[in-house]
Design a binder for this molecule. Structure first.
Ligand SMILES: Nc1ncnc2c1ncn2[C@@H]1O[C@H](COP(=O)(O)OP(=O)(O)OP(=O)(O)O)[C@@H](O)[C@H]1O
Length: 252
C-alpha cells in the first residue's frame, strides 16, 4: 500500500492555501501531520483522501493516479475521519457505522452476518457498544467522534487518514484511540495538535503557512528551534524519571 502526494497545491479565490507539497507515506507507517491552526493540514488531508481536487499536482494510491480511480475503489483502500463531520439523518450510532461497509456491498455481495460482526467489532474497539442504539443526534461530541472512527474501522481500509481524531475526547479515550490506531499497524496519516501525542508517530510532517516545513522523526524535528519557528512557543524535552521516556514541556 503506498500513498504519494506529488507537488500538491490548492488555491481558492486567488489565495494559495497549500503550496507544492510532496509527501511519500510509507507502507504501514504512522505519520503525524502537525502545524498551527490554518497551516493547511485539513486541506492537504482532503486532497490525499481524494475529496478535494488539487489545483495542481496529483495523488497516487498504489502508484495509480487517484483522480482516475472510482470512489468505491478508493473507499475500499482508504478511510477518512474528517473533523466536524455530522449528519442530520435520523440514524443510530450503529447505523452510522454500517455506512463503513458500503464500499464492500453489491447485489452479489449483500449485507451478511460477517458485516454485522465487523460493525460490532468496530463499535467495541472505540468503546461504543453500550451506546450503539442511541440516536446520532443525542450523542456527545466525543461519542460522535468515536463512532466516526468506528465507521472508518468498519470500512477495513489499508490506509487511514484522520483529521484531529482526538478532538472532543476525554483523556482516557484520547489515549485509548491513539493506542488502538497505532496497534492497528495500518498506513496512517493523522493530523494532531498535541505534540506529545505526535511523539508516538514514526515520522511527522510539519506544515507551516501551507508548505511542508519538514518531515522526519519527532525526535529529530521537534527541536527548540523548530518549536519556536513553527509554533511560536518555547519548548524542551523532559525525561520521565519513572520510565526514562521523553516528553515536551511548553511555555509561551
Ligand atoms: N474553502 C475555503 N475558502 C477559503 N479559505 C479556506 C477554505 N478552506 C480552507 N481555507 C483557509 O485555508 C487555511 C488552511 O485551512 P486548513 O483547514 O487546511 O488548516 P488546518 O491546518 O487544518 O487548521 P486547523 O488546525 O485550525 O484545523 C485556513 O486559513 C483556512 O481559513
Amino acid at each position: 500500500m503506498s500513498l504519494r502526494g506529488e507537488n500538491l497545491s490548492w488555491k481558492t479565490r486567488g489565495k494559495i492555501i497549500v503550496e507544492n507539497v510532496s509527501l511519500d507515506v510509507r507502507h504501514g507507517e504512522f505519520l503525524g501531520l502537525v502545524g498551527s491552526n490554518g497551516s493547511g493540514k485539513s486541506t492537504l488531508l482532503r486532497m490525499l483522501a481524494g475529496l478535494r481536487s488539487p489545483s495542481s499536482g496529483a495523488v497516487f494510491l498504489n502508484a495509480e493516479p487517484m483522480a482516475l480511480m472510482k470512489r468505491r475503489d478508493i473507499a475500499r483502500q482508504m478511510a477518512f475521519v474528517e473533523q466536524q463531520a455530522d449528519t442530520d439523518d435520523a440514524i443510530t450510532a450503529r447505523t452510522a457505522v454500517h455506512v463503513g461497509r458500503t464500499p464492500w456491498l453489491s447485489p452479489l455481495s449483500p449485507w451478511s452476518a460477517s458485516d454485522d460482526r465487523i460493525v460490532q467489532d468496530a463499535l467495541a474497539a472505540v468503546d461504543m457498544i453500550h451506546k450503539a442504539n442511541q440516536p446520532w443526534n443525542t450523542l456527545s461530541g466525543g461519542e460522535k467522534q468515536r463512532v466516526h472512527i468506528a465507521r472508518a474501522l468498519a470500512q477495513q481500509p489499508e490506509t487511514l487518514l484522520l483529521d484531529e481524531p482526538t478532538n472532543h475526547l476525554d483523556i482516557r479515550h484520547q489515549i485509548g484511540i491513539l493506542d488502538l490506531l497505532h496497534r492497528l499497524g495500518k498506513t496512517t496519516v493523522i493530523a494532531l495538535h498535541d505534540l506529545n501525542h505526535a511523539m508516538m508517530c514514526d515520522r511527522i510532517a510539519i506544515m507551516k503557512d501551507g508548505r511542508l516545513w519538514d518531515i522526519g522523526t519527532p525526535d529529530d524535528l521537534l527541536t527548540k528551534e523548530t518549536l519556536r519557528a513553527v509554533f511560536d512557543i518555547h519548548g524542551h524535552f523532559v525525561t520521565d524519571p519513572t520510565d526514562g521516556s521523553r516528553f515536551l514541556r511548553f511555555a509561551a
